[in-house]
Design a protein around this ligand. Structure first.
Ligand code: FMN
Length: 185
């Protein structure tokens, strides 16, 4: 294992099925060691398709979904940067409130409170999610904590539910935000 370590966190949102070619492989080619944690929903989706095993083969590290037992050691090295992509509306709301009821949230919430640890989040949401009365407060809370959001019409246009033209996630914007956030450290 060498180089800087990128903690990639995926949740149950569209495009998570492309995490390996979209983000993990490009990050590894750029010199990152990548360790992946998934929410239980994303973990189930990627296990069903065999993508989870492909990620473990590519990264050489187990994908974390469940919390470890108290007597177990973490299977991942300490990370230099976290990236949550894609982040569902549910995962964003929980991060903004500090809820940590799965392994992915546990890691990222602790990271949000860790001084000097950059965090990049790409909310993969639709127009209805953005009209929820709590949404703007969630974004404001994350921004105030120093989280780098990949968000806005230039990177991801919002569509009504079930009306999105199938569209690739803005993986290169996500990775360049990671590199920019680490350079600012
Ligand atoms: C096929 C499918 C696609 C979904 N896509 C999204 C999405 O792009 N964004 C989103 O916020 N929720 C999406 N959802 C809903 C989330 O999966 C759901 O809210 C889930 O509880 C999220 O859990 P997690 O944040 O712990 O991964 C989708 C659900 C399904 C079944």
């Amino acid at each position: 294992m060498s180089g800087r370590v990128l903690g990639v966190v995926g949740s149950g949102a569209g495009g998570v099925e492309d995490l390996l070619p979209g983000l993990i492989r490009p990050a590894m080619e750029a010199g990152w060691t990548v360790c992946v944690t998934l929410t239980p929903t994303a973990g189930r989706w990627l296990a069903e398709t065999g993508t989870l095993a492909e990620i473990e083969n590519a990264t050489g590290l187990s994908v974390r979904i469940d919390p470890r037992s108290p007597g177990e050691r973490s299977p991942h090295p300490p990370v230099d940067c976290y990236v949550v992509a894609p982040a569902s509306a549910n995962t964003i709301a929980k991060l903004a409130l500090g809820l940590a009821d799965n392994q992915a949230l546990t890691q990222v919430n602790e990271a949000i409170g860790t001084l000097g640890l950059p965090i990049v989040v790409f909310p993969r949401i639709n127009a209805a999610h953005a009209r929820h009365p709590a949404w703007n407060n969630h974004l404001a809370a994350l921004r105030a904590a120093g989280v780098h959001l990949v968000y806005g019409d230039d990177v991801w246009q919002l569509h009504e539910p079930r009306n999105s033209p199938s569209k690739e996630l803005p993986w290169s914007a996500v990775l360049s935000t990671v590199n920019g956030a680490v350079a600012q450290k």
